[in-house]
Write a protein of this length. Sequence first.
Length: 121
Amino acid sequence: MKPLLLILLVPAIAFADKNYVEGHGAKWDCAKDATVSIDANDGIYTFKGACKSVTVNGNKNKIAVEGSTKLSVNGNENKVDITSVEAVSTMGNDNKVSIKKGAPKISNLGTNNSVAVEKTK
């Protein structure tokens, strides 16, 4: 009997291209890496260009984003100003998300979060 070779296909796990795990902030161009994760606390972060995904797991950060397909805020007491986004998820607590334009899909499962889209004049 000939040996049988089996190939196991494992689903790919999505990891952030740019991951901040410590420090107090940074500026990043999403043209370099479009998937960003912030696991640090008390930082000031600025993201230029079109991000694919921005995930905030840390706490008490101030974040400015030009644009993203998806924004997930899982930490607590973060302030995020974003120009445009397609979907926002707030799983953490006491977060404030300000959206400059668009009509994103919003999922607010945390407590005491504020997600506001500015009115265009």
